[in-house]
Design a binder for this molecule. Structure first.
Ligand code: NAI
Ligand code: MG
Length: 479
């Protein structure tokens, strides 16, 4: 139980002007989709927020054609400096409307307002600012000779950071001179549709950004469309593999940002209270719906009991509940399907013999919820040590030597991120060198910045997003 109670401090919803239904955003206008409309709900209350169009193959075709025309007639002829002006304008509008975006994101996704307000939306704006700066300097970004756009890019994003993933995708694509057809996830389409309004407000030429809503089949239609030059996908490893198979032998390029099973490694010389905060942030931030989440805690055996004790004491104070309450630490699970996956995997953890603990907090009666959970006594063969749970669930393993920590950390099909907690700089460098992970945090976790590249090894995907490296997949070079 929390050591003391806070009075409710809900953020007002009135800043968000929800329409009852939304169309697709094609060629600068909202149009009805040909498919069966679907509903987006608030996972915290199961309240229907709005009805959203489903894009059929024909709608995706219209979007790709609009993107091609905009590319040929307008966007590819525009100077980098002029493209940059549009990106700066979008970035500033996102800042001006940040509160509206944050509230809508928390409503549609279930994440705590303090995260959408302080992380998702400011970072989304920062990605537009950062990439705006590159638009007229591509020749100086060490991308190779004569960097230029591919043409039309198809982008498919997940539900865990809807607006932030949109920014990761759209900002570098536009900065490098491509036009876009983007599909948000079916449970969280609303901030992407609000972003469509921002494109109109910024007077972005019609067709430069097109947003089509729908589920897997709509994504598949983007992947399969012959008019797409390059694909960018973030989501499950299963769908990523299907995309790689679908485009094999075609001229299409792709970047894939897939799952993870990161090790957060705590040595006996680490500042323990600081490490505990890093462990909590690593796996309970965004309900653990984070591809780079620190879902495996590897703790040195000599301090394992102490870390476990302090961690559980800290987790007792986490506030789980209304995403719009400014004091909430952990919000709702994004969907019933995701909750079912978390339940199935945690049940497997228990039946395979790991010891289960949760913080016992009260959960709301409606919506999708899961208590912050810790498994101790986990071995490497347990499913909860191997598979991505994508929920507020930590698996604790122990080690004795740095070599053993490295071997265990790398014993996963994934390789997206890792964390190291130790006082010794030399050990940080040695470990970072040995770990097969795209991002390695030292004495911190889950820190993101538009200037720094992000991406994986092995089944976590290929290609980098963010930083100068994040521009590379969006350009071709040479004669
Ligand atoms: P998903 O991979 O099905 O969804 C991601 C996006 O891909 C969504 O926009 C979806 O509509 C689209 N999609 C689905 N099938 C497609 C297809 N055949 N062709 C093209 N696009 C398609 O992920 P899902 O089912 O929502 O989550 C399952 C698991 O995936 C989670 O439990 C988690 O472990 C992992 N995941 C990882 C993410 C990451 O950031 N790396 C994000 C979301 C999920
Ligand atoms: Mg929703």
């Amino acid at each position: 139980m929390p050591t003391f109670e806070y009075a409710p401090a809900p953020e007002s919803r009135s800043v968000v002007d929800l329409r009852t239904s939304y169309g697709l955003f094609i060629n600068g206008e909202f149009v009805d989709g040909g498919g069966t409309a679907f509903k987006s709900i608030s996972p915290a209350t199961e309240e229907v927020l709005a009805e959203v169009s489903e894009a059929t193959d024909a709608d995706v075709d219209a979007a790709v054609k609009a993107a091609r025309t905009a590319y040929t007639r307008v966007w590819s002829r525009m100077s980098g400096a002029d493209r940059g002006k549009y990106l700066y304008r979008i970035a500033r509008i996102l800042q001006e409307r940040a509160r509206e975006f944050a509230v809508l994101e928390s409503l549609d996704n279930g994440k705590p307002i303090k995260e959408s307000r302080d992380v998702d939306i400011p970072l989304a704006a920062a990605h537009f600012f950062y990439n705006a700066g590159w638009a007229d300097k591509l020749e100086f970004a060490s991308l190779g000779p004569n960097p230029r756009a591919h043409g039309v890019v198809g982008q498919i994003i997940p539900w865990n950071f809807p607006m932030l993933m949109l920014a990761w995708k759209i900002a570098p694509a536009l900065a490098t001179g491509n036009t876009v057809v983007l599909k948000p996830a079916e449970t969280t389409p609303l901030t992407a549709l609000l972003f469509a309004e921002v494109c109109q407000q910024a007077d972005l030429p019609p067709g430069v950004v097109n947003i089509v809503t729908g589920a897997g089949p709509t994504g598949q239609a983007i992947v399969d469309h012959a008019g797409i030059d390059k694909l960018a996908f973030t989501g499950s490893t299963g769908v990523g593999k299907m995309i790689a198979r679908a485009i094999a032998g075609t001229r299409k390029k792709a970047t894939l940002e897939l799952g993870g099973k990161a090790a957060n490694i705590v040595f006996d010389d680490a500042p323990i209270d600081q490490a505990v905060e890093g462990i909590v942030n690593g796996i309970f931030f965004n309900q653990g719906h984070v591809c780079c989440a620190g879902s495996r805690l590897l703790v040195q055996e000599s301090i394992a009991d102490e870390v476990e004790r302090r961690l559980k004491r800290r987790l007792d104070t986490l506030r789980v509940g209304d995403p719009l309450d400014k004091n909430t630490d952990v919000g709702a699970i994004n969907s019933r399907a995701q909750l079912d996956r978390i339940v199935a995997l945690t049940d497997a953890g228990e039946s395979e013999g790991a010891e289960r603990w949760d913080n016992g907090c009260e959960l709301p009666s409606k919506g999708f919820w899961f208590r912050p959970t810790v498994f101790t006594g986990v071995t490497q063969t347990h499913r909860i040590a191997q598979e991505e749970i994508f929920g507020p669930v930590l698996s604790v393993l122990t080690f004795r030597t740095p070599q053993e920590a490295v071997a265990k950390a790398n014993n996963t099909p994934y390789g997206l991120s890792a964390g190291i907690w130790t006082e010794k700089g030399s050990r940080i460098l040695w470990m970072a060198d040995q770990l097969k992970a795209g991002v390695v945090w030292a004495n911190t976790f889950n820190k993101f910045d538009p200037t720094s590249p992000f991406g994986g090894y092995k089944e976590s995907g290929y290609g980098r997003e963010g930083g100068r490296h994040g521009l590379e997949p969006y350009v071709k070079t040479g004669a």
